[in-house]
Design a protein around this ligand. Structure first.
Ligand code: ATP
Ligand code: MG
Length: 415
């Protein structure tokens, strides 16, 4: 390897070596090999960078050097040093223990019989194999160039990956922060609205208290009754508010099981006929139109009962608010919808919903009923239906009436 040789990669003009350089580790127990290698590749330049050569005369020394320099690009590695497999074991150490997948390892041996090329390259993750007896400077240059190119590409890829990963992590973090902020804002808003709702009720209670105190002074029994009526309304609204808020927080863990929607409709009808709480529905006709052969759906019975009661009470309220004074009517209808859903309509001939209200009615605490409503019913309803993987839709015409439709997934095991 006496001849001087110069190699310039893809450059028209000879590039100048910069301070930065490619680190090449030469591991060989023969000092003469070190000297010859140094003199043959001393003037090597690739992509404007020269070489920084590091030398080790044993695998043990090589371990120390590679641990101290994690940016070595190429290792020219002898096989037989401290023992027959010292070089190969060093290669294994670099890949498996140091987990260095970047450095390109070129085996350079004078005893090819000890390290058969194919199995060595596969088993020890070696990138090239040079036989000392057959090694010209040209071959050495070409091998180093090839290794440096792939080292550069691997490093570039790794940097690009790292940059992508960082950007990805930054985005995830930004999204997480935004979601957290949105959640905190939503919690803040909800708390403000709850306090607002509670304050309204408190004012009603204070009004009752004021009337009763004045009545007590005058020993006016009639006025005491009036004050007590106001107070009772306040208490009942507070009960509704707390029950509604509890419903909202409770319906997180539903237990959907196969049930008949017809059964819920029948139970709600029965409840309306029998219970005191539905006495206000007396002026409104409540009709059921059920499909007898309705397949079962999967739902949490109690939750869907709540949904139906919420929709029904809204419809009854709407019928009472009807301007033309015509008699109110609410129809609950069940039917199969396509192959996958079982539907329930709650349709009334009530006051209908103004377009500007329609886009807000599913918002928490949105109500047009002033002191008579908390604006919780539809929020709870929507939440329950969505938790079931179902759908909730509404259509309404002002002065004509409103129809809410809930769709629940059909139970696949029952035809
Ligand atoms: N069937 C309906 N007809 C007309 N308006 C309706 C109907 N259902 C709901 N709405 C409108 O949607 C609003 C929100 O309904 P939601 O059930 O969430 O609250 P609310 O009935 O006002 O109070 P709460 O249910 O907490 O007692 C109602 O205030 C009303 O304006
Ligand atoms: Mg309601």
């Amino acid at each position: 390897m006496e001849e001087t040789y110069s190699f310039y990669e893809d450059e028209e003009q000879e590039p100048k070596a910069t301070d930065a350089s490619w680190k090449v580790l030469i591991v060989d127990d023969d000092i003469e090999v070190h000297r010859a290698t140094r003199s043959s590749i001393a003037d090597f330049v690739f992509q404007g960078k020269g070489l920084e050569l590091l030398f080790a005369t044993s695998a043990m020394e090589a371990r120390k050097l590679i641990s101290a320099h994690d940016d070595i690009a190429v290792i020219l590695l002898d096989v037989v040093m401290e023992d027959d497999l010292a070089g190969l074991n060093f290669a294994k150490y670099v890949r498996e223990e140091l987990k260095n997948r970047f450095v390109r390892i070129l085996l350079r041996t004078g005893q090819p019989g000890i390290a058969p090329e194919k199995s060595v390259i596969v088993d020890y993750d070696i990138n090239g194999f040079l036989e000392k007896s057959d090694l010209t400077i040209q071959k050495l240059y070409t091998a180093i160039i090839t290794c440096l190119r792939s080292y550069r590409d691997i490093i570039d890829l790794d940097n690009a990956n790292a940059a992508l990963k960082t950007e990805f992590e930054m985005r995830i973090e930004a999204e997480r922060k935004m979601a957290e902020q949105a959640q905190q804002a939503a919690i803040g808003l909800a708390i403000a609205q709850i306090i607002h709702g509670a304050k309204n009720i408190l004012n009603a209670l204070k009004g009752g208290k004021y009337i009763i105190e004045a009545a007590l002074k005058d020993e006016n029994l009639e006025l005491i009754k009036k004050g007590w009526d106001v107070t009772k309304i306040g208490i009942s609204r507070m009960e509704d508010l707390t029950a509604g808020l509890l419903d909202l927080s409770r319906y997180n863990q539903l237990k959907p099981e196969p049930h008949s929607l017809n059964a819920v409709v029948a139970e709600v009808l029965e409840t309306c006929r029998n219970t005191q709480s539905c006495s206000t529905m007396n002026d409104v006709a409540i009709i059921a139109d059920i499909e007898e052969a309705l397949p079962l759906a999967r739902f949490d019975y109690k939750a869907i009962h709540t949904v139906l009661m919420n929709l029904l009470s809204n419809s009854v309220d709407a019928c009472k608010d009807k301007a033309d004074g015509a008699s109110g009517r609410v129809k609950m209808r069940t039917y199969l919808c396509g192959d996958d859903y079982v539907n329930l309509d709650v349709e009334d001939n009530g006051c209908g919903i103004k377009p500007e209200d329609l886009e807000n009615i599913f918002k928490l605490f949105y109500t047009t009923k002033h002191s008579k409503g908390n604006g919780l019913g539809l929020s709870i309803t929507k939440k329950i239906i969505e938790e079931h993987g179902g759908k909730l839709s509404v259509s309404s015409e002002l002065g004509v009436g409103t129809k809410f439709t809930i769709s629940l997934p059909k139970d696949r095991r029952h035809k």
